[in-house]
Design a protein around this ligand. Sequence first.
Ligand SMILES: Nc1ncnc2c1ncn2[C@@H]1O[C@H](COP(=O)(O)OP(=O)(O)OP(=O)(O)O)[C@@H](O)[C@H]1O
Length: 308
Amino acid sequence: MHATCVIYNPAAGRGRAERLLNALPPSLASGVELRPTTTEGHAVELARRACDDGFAKVVAAGGDGTVHEVANGVLQSGRRDVVFGTWPIGSANDFAFTLGLDVWWKIREQNPPLDVLEIDVGRVTAPGRERFFVDSVGIGFNGMVTIESRKTKWLAGLPLYAWAFLKAMVRHFATPPMTVRFDGHEITGPTLALSILNAQREGNFPLRPNASLTDGQFDYMHAKGLTRLHLVRYLPAMVRGKLPEGHPRLALGRASRIEVQREAPLCVHADGEFVCVPEEGVKGITIEVLPQRLKVEVYRPALYGGLQ
Ligand SMILES: Nc1ncnc2c1ncn2[C@@H]1O[C@H](COP(=O)(O)OP(=O)(O)OP(=O)(O)O)[C@@H](O)[C@H]1O
């Protein structure tokens, strides 16, 4: 049997995935078994099966959606020794950015060496559902941005999410009251969005550029009673990863357990995949860190986007 199982989404990157995998450099292609997904959600099952089959390494080849599903499969398998790899061939590769793997992928022909790091993982629970995540969770406005990004097929990467952000701002801007408990500290008030980052980027925006994957904590951005004007004003800062510290309506902080309650049903994504949409009526959700729970491949020269 091969040592590595590569689970890939043929639909990722607007259909580019198949072409890229057919042109793998020999250093990556040898010792690898490719297993394609056939439908949404399939990668979870394929990853679980790859772990049961005894592969030492399981790679998610696709965008953040594929990363999310493969990571969930590996974590559900209970095997702690499996190394999780990411080949960023999707249209959003936020997790790969933090691991330095988007840089590595560009120079893959040179076969640069990768290291293994044990990173924190997040777990989202709500009544009747449980999900792991590796990159980020977005609640409220960010969930609506994800809905809008799914409707746009003609853009990718940052332009896609900037466009979806503007559409969500016109169609779904709302700041209903929300109660959020960050570890022992509870706040109730108008909330536009809550971003909870294990890695550094959400929807291509480097919202928390100093987030660590190994500190046992999430870095969050709590957008409270902002106006549309605030959003427009802070969009360039979000794109550059330079949100203001100490803003009364935009709190930045760290926590290892976050509980959210809202009267209006929640829209929540985890790594860009929906945990719940408003129609499902979910009003409460808990997000917690599982410290150093997953072994992942990283490219050290560009780890944390090469910034730290
Ligand atoms: N064979 C398939 N056919 C259609 N959809 C699939 C298939 N396999 C996976 N998917 C779904 O495609 C979605 C996007 O996958 P992924 O994130 O890997 O690609 P992407 O090009 O980066 O997309 P996105 O624009 O969402 O970031 C996921 O929700 C995933 O469940």
